[in-house]
Design a protein around this ligand. Structure first.
Ligand code: ACM
Ligand code: ZN
Length: 572
């Protein structure tokens, strides 16, 4: 009896002393640019959500989607009978297109934006302020509290990209949508979709059916780093135009524009396998089964390639409404597979005749000027439809015509030089933004990767203006990370390489430089990891001292152990 009395007393005291329910700590990634937290909270479960009738259709749809999510996860009808008041979404034409104002008070929430982007991002911020279960799609008992806060937020950069490579390994429509979903949570607004490669052509082109009949399939894949091996498994896949349009629309509903890439004139072996007459030698060619850089590229001296490119790009522009069309342009020369073979453009009679016709002086730079000619012809095709060209930094070599935008990947030098010459730039340097590189130095515990070492902190510390000539910064449109998939065969590994480096990327893209703080970011990852768990994403846990994919996780070595390991096994 006495024992019972004591435990009852303990229970009464515990209830009497329990602290007020608290919202979770503010851990939004990317950190909004102007945040003032105050006392108190707002219970959103059951609140009434109202929206300005002037909201455009896409914004209204996004708000209604948010209400539906809240109904599902809270189990309430969101009709004002629960909750602490009203959540109002109103139009404020004074805000920029991706800017939003958000105020949470104890008696209500006000959201303002001028356009879809702003409303969409306000919703992303609200969701991250709630318990992670808001991402789960199931009813959950939780305290659906928002902390009282005033936020005025807008991105630092207009272009906030992530790249996806379905060519080396193919990703289904559903896998692609999951990639888009998580990019949208962290407020990215561009998906650079690398759809053509030596190892596979991935989009249906009605006028050239062999591009997918032949070019989308390879006779096996090299195993590990054994360049002469082949697993003997036919591999491939492609997206129909209907699927491409579906993905474009899906991304647009998440404020993400898809920039398609047709990589030219190099990285074209899959297309050459389908249409060998487009190459300098006439083939035969085979869709590549190994990684690396091929020697065979489109023949610049053959007028047929421009008809081909115009036809292909016209279908591409019919499908993708993006202002930018990516034309690749990387690694056209010095292919590594046949080191003793000259570059085809140096020896092809048609290419040499074209160089003479264009008045290009013979010599080692001649082929770069011939590439400029190809770029300029393609630029006209794209500009004639009111679109813009973006290409890898190699297109800057020689004498690039004005109007193209440069994607700086071989470090930052190309971007800095391009901006000095007056070209717009997207920074994606392989010093910080190649997230196919290892994320720890304990590579023996990692799935095989292409090499290198870019941990979360390295992505985070990137400052896009570093090294820029003063006055040229405005040419930097933004930042992107690239995730090539030579060594990434499964969607789980894709996500493991992406997350949480994507989160670090998002702060580089969104936050003003003075708002970045790695200690605060690191603490915020606890909430992000809960969100990713709820959504079922695979993610890397290096930031918490764990290395390796699920099922292969191991603790990190001590500093001394790591030094000893690296001495014996240097990372190449
Ligand atoms: C590239 O990584 N070849 C652009
Ligand atoms: Zn040629």
């Amino acid at each position: 009896m006495k024992r019972h009395f004591l435990s009852l007393l303990a229970l009464v005291l515990a209830v009497a002393c329990s602290p007020e329910k608290q919202p979770q700590p503010f851990s939004v990634i990317p950190m909004p640019n102007d945040v003032t937290l105050s006392e108190g909270s707002f219970n959103i479960a059951g609140a009434l959500v109202t929206l300005d009738e002037k909201l455009d259709e896409a914004s209204a749809k996004a708000v209604k989607g948010f209400v539906q999510t809240l109904k599902t996860v809270t189990g309430s009808s969101m009709n004002g009978k629960g909750g602490d008041g009203t959540v109002h979404f109103g139009l404020n034409p004074n805000l920029g297109v991706e800017e939003y104002y958000l105020q949470v008070r104890t008696d209500g929430v006000t959201v303002e934006a001028s356009a879809f982007g702003g409303f969409f991002y306000a919703i992303q911020t609200l969701k991250q302020m709630l318990p992670a279960e808001v991402y789960g799609g199931e009813k959950v008992r939780a305290d659906w509290l928002l902390p009282c806060v005033t936020i005025l937020d807008a991105p630092r950069f207009d272009y906030r990209g992530i790249h996806m490579d379905p060519c080396r390994h193919f990703w289904s429509v559903e896998e692609t949508k999951r990639y888009i979903d998580i990019a949208a949570v962290y407020k990215l607004n561009r998906l650079h979709w690398h759809l053509t490669e030596d190892q596979g052509w991935r989009m249906e082109i009605k006028k050239y059916p062999r591009l997918t009949e032949v070019g989308a399939w390879r006779n096996g894949t090299m195993v590990g780093r054994d360049w002469d091996s082949n697993d003997g498994i036919r591999y491939g896949g492609f997206y129909t135009q209907e699927e491409l349009r579906d993905i474009v629309a899906y991304a647009a509903e998440r404020n993400i524009t898809i920039i398609p890439e047709v990589d030219l004139p190099g990285h074209m072996v899959a297309a050459l396998a389908a249409y060998p007459e487009l190459g300098c030698t006439g083939g035969p060619y085979e869709v590549w089964t190994r990684w690396g850089v091929a020697k065979d590229i489109l023949c610049a001296g053959n007028e047929q390639i421009f008809t081909f490119l115009e036809d292909v790009l016209n279908e591409v522009m019919d499908i993708f409404p993006s202002e930018y069309i990516h034309i690749g342009g990387d690694e056209c020369f010095n292919g590594d597979a046949e080191p003793d073979r000259p570059d085809p453009w140096d020896v092809c009679p048609k290419c040499r005749a074209k160089m003479r016709q264009l008045g290009i002086k013979p010599g080692p730079r001649a082929k770069h000027y011939l590439q400029n000619y190809v770029t300029a012809r393609v630029q006209k095709i794209i500009n004639d439809r009111g679109r813009k060209v973006i290409g890898w930094d190699e297109i800057l070599e020689g004498d690039l015509a004005p109007g193209a935008t440069i994607m700086s990947w071989r470090g930052t030098a190309g971007g800095i030089q391009a901006a000095r010459k007056g070209f717009d730039v997207v920074m994606t340097p392989n010093s910080h933004m190649y997230i196919d590189y290892y994320q720890s130095r304990e590579y023996d515990k990692e799935p095989l990767a292409i090499g290198g070492y870019i941990p979360v902190s390295r992505v985070y510390e990137y400052e896009p203006y570093e090294g820029m000539e003063p006055g040229t910064e405005d040419h930097i449109l933004g930042v992107q990370a690239n995730l090539w998939t030579e060594y990434i065969p499964t969607p789980e590994q894709l996500e493991y390489m992406l997350l949480p480096r994507l989160c670090a990327l998002s702060e580089v893209q969104w936050c003003q430089a003075e708002r970045k703080d790695f200690t605060r970011f690191d603490a915020s990852l606890d909430h992000t990891f809960r969100m990713l768990d709820v959504m079922g994403y695979t993610y890397a846990k290096h930031m918490r001292g764990i290395i390796g994919m699920p099922g292969h996780e191991q603790p990190a070595r001590s500093e001394e152990e790591l030094e000893a390991f690296l001495k014996e096994n240097p990372l190449r």
